[in-house]
Design a protein around this ligand. Structure first.
Ligand code: FAS
Ligand code: PHB
Length: 395
């Protein structure tokens, strides 16, 4: 079969890949997206839930934010519970107007797929395996199998948007990458339930029994997380046991009136911090989870993926309009400045709120004192608020 020819070959139809495809389309740049799963699988993954202000603005400007604007829940504050007492942090007041919006990643995927297919985008689903070729030349290509037939996509550039376990970063010779990683001694057990959230805003909970997070997907759907061991057996966690533990960690007063009910989804997510540098090899550019992973405590993963493809789309736009490769050459450094600030915040908030099994008594007291300082101090609350709602894109 004769090869396809395009300007940017994108591997992965997650938030990074599909949004990049949309941004390139808006700039008049052609792309082909290769995704190994089908649409239902990609749309069905229950993942992120909190969008920074910049992410909401970018999705809206890109033409995929209409339902987000209608259905997204704008939160001006966030709560932190310590010793059963809930403290509200007024993020809007502390940042001069920034908020976050609660809108599930599954909804973003649905909006992106609908818009891209509506624009007749070239998205190949169930394309597996995908392989990269001649990445260090000016004629890179992608190959993939579909229905037993091998296909080739000749392109100018490849965007590796295939997530942490994808093929793109793995295609880069090990001696061309510096990897930075921290694996945490715990994981998050997450459930979805058709119950009224315990609060109108998110509640991050620190307790001697471990961390808990009370989030939501709507005013009728709760998204809840419990810190657990990395090797937890999900079968050991009945709904009753989960609800009881959530109430114990939040405390009787703060969880008074909590509505419980059957879970509609239950999963365990590992916790790691990870960065691959540089985010480029030849004409392959890594974006999103393919390049970095953060513990979900700071709600940064999806937002970082959006920030990466914003920079990459602008760099491609400059290249094709002017012939200048300056922004492409600066892509990795530009992204990593903000990636590392989000890594620091995600590590800091994770370290502040979780119970570390091997932590000394002294370290436990210092951890508690730091959290108490943040809750008692306007400066402490401001640093949390400005990071949580999202640092400036240029930052
Ligand atoms: P993704 O992993 O979302 O997408 C990669 C895509 O590439 C997938 O569709 C995959 O099928 C495809 N792919 C992979 N290998 C391929 C190959 N070889 N060929 C073709 N396609 C391939 N972030 C938050 O902000 N808040 C959260 O609460 C949160 N919870 C999470 C829970 C879990 C269990 C996980 C795993 C992640 C969570 N994240 C969270 C982070 C998550 O939202 C990511 O940051 C976000 O999905 C990143 O988007 P992408 O970079 O597009 O990667
Ligand atoms: C979610 O709603 O899934 C969520 C919210 C905040 C986080 C992590 C996950 O920090």
């Amino acid at each position: 079969m004769s090869p396809l020819r395009t300007q940017v070959g994108i591997v992965g139809a997650g938030p990074a890949g599909l949004l990049l495809s949309q941004l390139l389309h808006n700039a008049g740049i052609e792309s082909v997206v290769l995704e190994r799963h089908d649409r239902a699988y990609v749309e069905g993954r229950i993942r992120a839930g909190v969008l920074e202000q910049g992410t909401v603005d970018l999705l809206t400007a890109a033409g995929v934010g209409a339902r987000l604007q209608r259905e997204g829940l704008v939160h001006e504050g966030v709560e932190v519970a310590l010793d059963g007492r809930r403290h509200r942090i007024d993020m809007k007041a502390l940042t001069g107007g920034s908020c976050v919006t609660v809108y599930g990643q599954t909804q973003i995927q649905k909006d992106l797929f609908e818009r891209r297919f509506g624009d007749n985008a070239n998205i190949v689903l169930e394309a597996a395996p995908v392989s990269l070729h001649d990445v260090e030349t000016d004629r890179p290509s992608l190959r993939y199998l579909r229905d037993g037939v091998e296909h080739r996509v000749d392109c100018d550039f490849i965007a590796g948007c295939d997530g942490f376990h994808g093929i793109c970063r793995a295609s880069i010779p090990a001696d061309r990458l510096d990897l930075f990683e921290r694996v945490y001694p715990f994981a998050w057990l997450g459930i979805l339930a058709n119950t009224r959230p315990v609060s109108d805003e998110l509640v991050y909970t620190s307790s001697p029994r471990g961390f808990a997070l009370f989030s939501m997907r709507s005013t009728r759907v709760s998204r809840l997380y419990l810190q657990c061991t990395p090797d937890e057996d999900l079968n050991e966690w009945s709904d009753d046991r989960i609800w009881t533990e959530l109430q114990r960690r939040l405390g009787p007063e703060a969880s008074a009136g909590m509505e419980t009910g059957p879970s509609t989804e239950k999963s365990i997510a590992p916790m790691r911090s990870f960065v691959a540098e540089p985010m480029r090899w030849g004409n392959l550019f890594l974006a999103g989870d393919a390049a970095h992973i953060v513990p979900p405590t700071g709600a940064k993963g999806l937002n970082l993926a959006v920030a990466d493809v914003r920079v990459l789309a602008q760099a491609f736009d400059t290249y094709y309009r002017t012939g200048s490769a300056d922004r492409l050459d600066a892509y990795s450094d530009t992204c990593l400045k903000r990636v590392w600030k989000a890594q620091r915040f995600s590590w800091w908030l994770t370290s502040l709120l979780h119970r570390f099994p091997d932590r000394s008594a002294f370290d436990g007291r210092v951890q508690r004192a730091e959290l108490q300082y943040v809750l008692d101090s306007a400066a402490g609350q401001q640093t949390l608020a400005e990071n949580y709602t999202g640092l400036p894109f240029g930052g």
